[in-house]
Design a protein around this ligand. Structure first.
Ligand SMILES: [Fe+2]
Length: 273
């Protein structure tokens, strides 16, 4: 690491510590304008019959790193994930929109792997920017790339998976946490995964009303614009509101880190692993 890089890291670390002290008194306003600002921690619990140990996943989607100011998103995510104390971290796509975001992504991954093992997957914006470059940045910083194949966590009891459900389903056992960027693809995992984690919709960004478990008016256009859905075959779909935006305006829709606790439940009659 050269002198300039060392100095930058030192400056960034001091700025982080300042943020953690200020963060203790944070309050989330309904309006969010511009990038950065404290993130909400949204807690969700999913009971999994037959699971023998708890697992906490921090799902961080839609950070949209692309310009100088989005370093504030990096800081906000690091502070929120530290507070959540997860067992694993998953970056759920739409990570980088422009070249400047690559360095910020590396900084983010380097900090988060100090909290917990980290996997990442791409979103539609990463595909536009260049999935190969995003993947390389994640790997350089010490993270793992989930599209490579299932990741075994919780002592091997749980698999984090992404991509083509049919390709993997017949090859793995145990409990599945499916990680997709777009919730429109979640149904492919219904009945096979305990939970599907998604992002992409940013919670609708401007929420005028919540009704029927969905956020409006976004739900007029997107079926899965809501925080949590129970799919017909028993899988829970959790849709994160995202930690950043390309168009940084929100109303009653806080940016967030989604913290999912998988907790052991009793096996029902006829259920098998
Ligand atoms: Fe996004």
């Amino acid at each position: 690491m050269c002198c300039g890089e060392t100095w930058r890291m030192e400056f960034f670390n001091r700025w982080l510590e300042q943020g953690s002290r200020q963060g203790a008194a944070r309050r989330l306003a309904p309006w969010v304008l511009g990038v950065g600002g404290a993130l909400a921690l949204r807690w969700e619990t999913v009971t999994v019959a037959g699971l023998t140990r708890r697992l906490r996943v921090a799902w961080v989607s839609d950070v949209h790193l692309w310009r100088r100011g989005t370093i504030r998103t990096v800081r906000a995510v690091i502070l929120a994930v530290r507070e959540a104390r997860p067992d694993v971290v998953v970056l759920g796509g739409d990570l980088v929109d422009a070249k400047m975001g690559l360095r910020q992504l590396e900084l983010l991954v380097r900090a988060l792997i100090r909290v917990a093992p980290l996997w990442a997957l791409p979103g539609n914006h990463d595909e536009s920017f260049g999935v190969g470059r995003v993947e390389a940045a994640v790997r350089r910083a010490g993270g793992s790339w989930l599209p490579d194949g299932p990741a075994h966590v919780a002592g091997g009891e749980v698999r984090l998976m992404t991509g083509d459900a049919q390709r993997w389903m017949s090859r793995v056992g145990g409990f599945i946490v499916a990680c997709v960027h777009n919730p429109a693809t979640a149904r492919a995992w219904d009945g096979a995964a305990s939970v599907v984690l998604a992002g992409h919709l940013h919670g609708g960004q401007i929420v005028l009303m919540e009704s029927g478990g969905r956020a409006w008016p976004c739900a007029l256009v997107y079926r899965w614009c809501g925080p949590r859905f129970e799919l017909p075959l028993g899988t829970t779909l959790l849709v994160g509101r995202g930690a950043g935006d390309q168009l940084p305006v929100r109303w009653c829709c806080p940016r967030e880190v989604l913290c999912v606790d998988l907790v052991p439940g009793k096996m029902g009659c006829g259920e098998t692993l």
